[in-house]
Each structure stands twice: as C-alpha cells, then as structure tokens.
Write a protein that binds this ligand. Structure first.
Ligand code: NI
Length: 222
C-alpha cells in the first residue's frame, strides 16, 4: 500500500508548526539510529521527550483523527507519537527497512509498525534533493501532505543539497495487519462513498456497507 493523503495541515496550521520548529532543539539523528542504520543516517531530529515534539505530535494526531481519507486508508489501531526531522547540508538516510516494533517512551505500550508515514513540512521548492524513495517510487510532496507506505518497504531519503527539508514521521499499527486486505477495504469504502453520491437511496448501499463491516470484522485484530 502506498497512498498520499492531501491537506493534513492547512496553510495556517503549517505555518504554526514551522515557526515552532525553527526554534527547536535539533539533535544528531544518529542518537536514535539502530546498529545497522547508524551507518546510513545523517540528519537531525527533535528528542522524543522534547516538550515541542509532544505538543506538535499531539496536534498532528488530532488532525489525522479528523481526516476521513487517513482513517479509511490506515484503519489505525495505535499510532507511534509523531517525531520530527530535518535534513540539510547533504543530510541523507540511506536504504533501510524500519523497525517492526516501537516502544512508546514513558509507557509500557509497544506498537507494531504496519504503515510508515511522512508528513512533509517544507515545500518542494525550498530544498534540492530530499526525495523519499520507497522501492522505486520517488516522493516529494507539497508541505502539509502525507505519504503512507508499507513499513516492510525498503526506502531512503536522498541527500538534501540545498535548503532544508523538515518533516514529521511516525508509524501506524493498523486494525488490519495485511496490506492486501487493507487495500480491498479501502477500495470498497471508496466505491461505497461514490455510490452514496450517485444513488443515495439504493438498498444495495446498505448491503455493501454491511459487507464492508463484515470484512472488517473478519480481518481486524484489536
Ligand atoms: Ni525509515
């Protein structure tokens, strides 16, 4: 599954986040890299326990909870609190696959990463390079837009050779673990939404909606 989710943040909300991040306490991203990733990671991050990380992360989570497309596509059960990174001056993150399980700091919770998400916070014209490359797909979205992709995918961030690339990133444990099943549900949901516009009184809409919920009942794990 790979899907872009537009307009997670409005222009005004984006500006608020950007202003707050400019005075952020950026640290070497290698502090949080695992044994393998430490050799390929060269960026900056806000500490997970930085109050700014928590404040902006909560804000983004609240936005996502109100975003119908994100909710329909990800079917989130648990979300790792969003983190923030900054690539500049040749900063890069070479090919890697994300960890399978994340601990939530300060809690006993562990979250399986089914989906990885990057929320772009810089406009594409503000930096050169910096594409997120997932398998063979190159991604560079407008600020405020989010890309969702399978956490099992090999991916990297190309070197940023001019300007700065700010982003938020996090992981989702989905109600539906299997990518193909989640894609079927999204396709069905999209079709139901379209039919609701075209034939709102059709009794088949009720049946299709029932099928959606019965598939979700079969495939979801909580
Ligand atoms: Ni990654």
């Amino acid at each position: 599954m790979m899907l872009s989710i537009p307009d997670v943040l409005s222009a005004e909300q984006l500006q608020q986040c950007r202003t707050a991040l400019e005075s952020g306490n950026w640290q070497d991203g290698r502090l949080t890299a695992g044994h393998q990733a430490v050799n390929v990671k060269a960026n900056q991050q806000l500490a997970q326990d930085d109050p700014l990380t928590q404040q902006l992360g909560d804000f983004i989570l609240a936005r996502l909870a109100q975003h119908p497309r994100f909710m329909a596509a990800a079917l989130p059960l648990k979300v790792v609190p969003p983190r923030f990174n900054r690539y500049t001056g040749g900063g890069t993150y070479g090919d890697h696959i994300d960890n399978a399980v994340f601990s939530v700091p300060g809690t006993p919770h562990r979250i399986r990463a089914d989906l990885s998400a990057t929320l772009f916070l810089s406009e594409p014209y503000e930096y050169e390079g910096g594409e997120l490359v997932v398998q063979d797909t190159r991604i560079k979205l407008s600020a405020g837009h989010l890309i969702l992709y399978s956490s099992g995918s090999l991916h990297r961030v190309e070197p940023v050779t001019r300007g700065a690339r700010l982003a938020s990133f996090f992981w989702v444990q989905s109600l539906v673990r299997q990518d193909d099943q989640r894609s079927v549900l999204l396709e069905l949901d999209d079709s139901i939404q379209a039919l609701r516009q075209q034939v709102p009184d059709s009794p088949e809409l009720v049946r299709l909606t029932g099928i959606y919920h019965n598939l979700l009942r079969q495939w979801s794990q909580t």
